[in-house]
Design a protein around this ligand. Structure first.
Ligand code: HEM
Ligand code: CU
Length: 607
């Protein structure tokens, strides 16, 4: 018995059939499903749609920066704003909603919600999550959240709305008079934020329990794929950081609706309103917000780091270089992530000694990040690299992470950040890490696990074009932002060119907008490829990539309950091209393949 997969193959197809017999009604199968795979796919489709919404908002922002006060084509007509012109209030709302949609409705739910749900039970060999109903609720709480964000979009009469940016600093976010049109809109925004938090917390509890309790026999902690480690660490981060944001959100709602003054100082006169009674501290919000949101930037990255490690290893047919250091560095990033939040507040007038502490801890995060980068390159090095779209997107991830990580180290230095803070340099940094890294990792992940989700492959040629155009568009849009930042262009200004020292930056901004349009159009390739391949893609078997993980022993797509027989894990997830695999005439060896001694000793017992 060299490998157990043929046995599974024949057995399983009848089994998958057997599952089809007890058919569920449509609404239970596709809407209120408690199956982790369906919930994962629901999250994926919803977040991809939100990606389109967020992208459209970004293009509107780019329009204003390239052609200030000119009528905007198409979108301008939809939003019918003084003939299609973007007003300052509208601009403020556009970038606020762009970031909010991208962060809270795309990046966080696509990683934890879509991939976390789909992959965790499959990769650890469980039949579902520990709490399937809670899991379903975590998806359905996204809808009131999306409704609230949508309401905040229209509550200000569409042409204005929440004005505080995704960071929602008071007083802008605490006093309705501080930002015209932000009245109920900002309150809806805060409700939306809280609801996303509820959804994330339900997911987090579920993921931790599932990973701790439901691993298949033999799936020891250090045999878990790095995706699972990443999801586990992310869930812990969420559980510890999120309550702080939720509490702060409620306090801010109370300031707006109940007349409390947690974040409002006394005697402030805004837009000729009565002076505030106050006694509170706007700075308190910054502390609470960043105590959540710095760890949250890793919530937006770690899962992608784990997934890319899995995919790189498979596409290079080599074990991940330094598996344990990869795990420890993710844990270190998560741990350190809790003591660096002050690097977002260097200009808030903090004691220089405190600034030094935050600067040192921030720079220390670069160490585990560098270990990971080194190990990804070590994984690629000398491998039998498959140049498909998965590999291209993964290399995009690593390369862009290097750029984004390096700019982070610049900003970690207090004196440098005093200049860079709130300039486009910051915008460049976080787009490199969040789009350049996370999103390219997500694109790779979609193509890689698509056959497991739908039993069909995505078209690789279209996916390669999608990668190439997105990569060019991305760098053309975001690299020049470093230069704008160095030139001192502030973020969040509707018309930076009012300042003569920025006038000369207009042509560069126009070029960037062209690249952004290219990048936006390229996403239709992804959408088209996704939809087309769902129905007409090439049909494939269980393990089209020749990968090792448990998910590849299940049918594609797996039936209810995932596996034909409860899997047993005998080895680590990255044993590509090992002598043992080669002895079997292949360059991978499934985690379910027992070591060669075992059958022999079993024979011995029988004899
Ligand atoms: C080598 C690691 C990193 C270092 C040293 C670093 C450092 C910093 C610093 C100092 C700031 C504040 C700058 C300012 O506002 O003046 C910042 C902002 C930011 N960083 Fe990083 N960073 C790193 C990695 C990351 C990663 C991996 C992500 C996300 C996946 C990320 C996301 C962000 C975001 C979203 C902001 C801006 C938030 C805002 O003001 O809107 N960073 N980073
Ligand atoms: Cu940070």
């Amino acid at each position: 018995m060299a490998t157990i997969s043929p046995a599974i193959e024949s057995h399983s197809d009848d089994h998958a059939h057997a599952h089809d017999h007890h058919k569920l009604p449509f609404y239970k199968k596709y809407l209120f499903s408690t199956d982790h795979k369906m919930i994962g796919i629901q999250f994926l489709v919803t977040t991809l749609l939100m990606l389109m919404v967020g992208g459209a908002l970004a293009l509107a922002v780019r329009w204003q920066l390239a052609f200030p006060w000119e009528n905007m084509p198409i979108l301008g007509k939809i939003f019918a704003n003084a003939g299609g012109m973007i007003s300052p209030e509208f601009y403020t709302m556009l970038f606020t909603m762009h970031a909010s949609v991208m962060i809270f409705l795309v990046i966080i739910p696509i990683l934890a919600g879509a991939f976390g749900n789909f992959l965790i039970p499959l990769q650890i060999g469980a039949d579902d999550m520990a709490f399937p109903v809670l899991n379903m609720l975590s998806y359905w709480f996204m809808w009131p959240a999306m409704f609230c964000f949508g309401a905040s979009f229209v509550a200000g009469g569409v042409t204005a709305g929440p004005a505080g940016g995704w960071t929602s600093y008071p007083l802008l976010s605490a006093l309705a008079e501080a930002a015209p049109g932000s009245g109920p809109a900002q309150t809806y925004w805060l409700f939306g934020l809280t609801l996303v938090g509820v959804s994330s917390m339900m997911g987090s509890v579920n993921y931790m329990t599932t990973i701790i309790n439901m691993r298949a026999p033999g799936m020891t902690l250090f045999r878990m794929p790095l995706t699972i480690w990443a999801m586990f660490i992310t869930a812990i981060l969420q559980a510890f950081a999120l309550p702080v944001l939720t509490a702060a959100g409620f306090m801010l709602v109370a300031d707006r609706l109940l007349g409390t003054c947690f974040f409002i100082p006394a005697g402030v006169i805004v837009n000729n309103a009565e002076p505030t009674v106050g006694g509170g501290q706007p700075l308190l919000w910054q502390h609470l917000f960043w105590f959540y949101s710095h760890p949250a930037v890793y919530i937006m990255l770690l899962p992608a780091m784990g997934m890319v490690s899995d995919m790189l290893s498979c596409m290079c047919r080599k074990p991940v270089f330094g598996y344990k250091p990869m795990v420890y560095s993710m844990a270190a990033i998560a741990g350190l992530g809790f003591i660096v939040w002050g690097h977002h507040m260097f200009t808030s007038g903090m004691n220089p000694a405190l600034g030094m502490t935050f600067m040192t801890s921030t720079m220390m995060i670069a160490l585990p990040s560098a270990i990971k980068t080194f190990n990804w390159i070590g994984t690629i090095w000398g491998g039998d690299v498959k140049f498909n779209s998965v590999m291209l997107n993964c290399s995009g991830f690593v390369a862009m992470f290097i750029v984004g990580g390096l700019s982070g180290i610049f900003m970690a230095a207090v004196p440098v950040d005093i200049y860079f803070h709130d300039t486009y340099f910051i915008v460049a940094h976080f787009h490199y890490v969040l789009f350049g890294s996370t999103l390219f990792g997500v694109f790779a992940g979609i193509t890689f696990w698509f056959p497991k989700m739908f039993g069909r492959m995505m078209n690789d040629t279209v996916a390669k074009w999608h990668f190439a155009l997105t990569f060019i568009g991305f760098n053309g849009t975001f690299f020049p932002m470093h230069l704008l930042g160095i030139a001192g262009m502030p973020r969040r200004y509707a018309d930076p060119y009012l300042h003569p020292y920025l006038e000369h930056l207009l042509p560069m901004n126009q070029a960037m907008t062209c690249f952004a349009v290219l990048m936006g159009l390229a996403q239709f390739l992804l959408l088209g490829n996704f939809l087309y391949s769902m129905f007409f893609g090439e049909k494939v078997g269980r393990n089209p990539w020749g990968a090792n993980g448990l998910e590849w022993t299940a049918p594609s797509p797996p039936g209810h309950g995932n596996f034909d027989v409860p899997p047993v894990c005998y080895r680590g997830p990255y044993e590509y091209s090992s002598p043992e695999a080669e002895a079997l005439g292949q360059d991978f060896i499934l985690q379910t393949t027992p070591p060669p001694e075992l059958p022999k000793s079993a024979d011995a017992v029988e004899a």
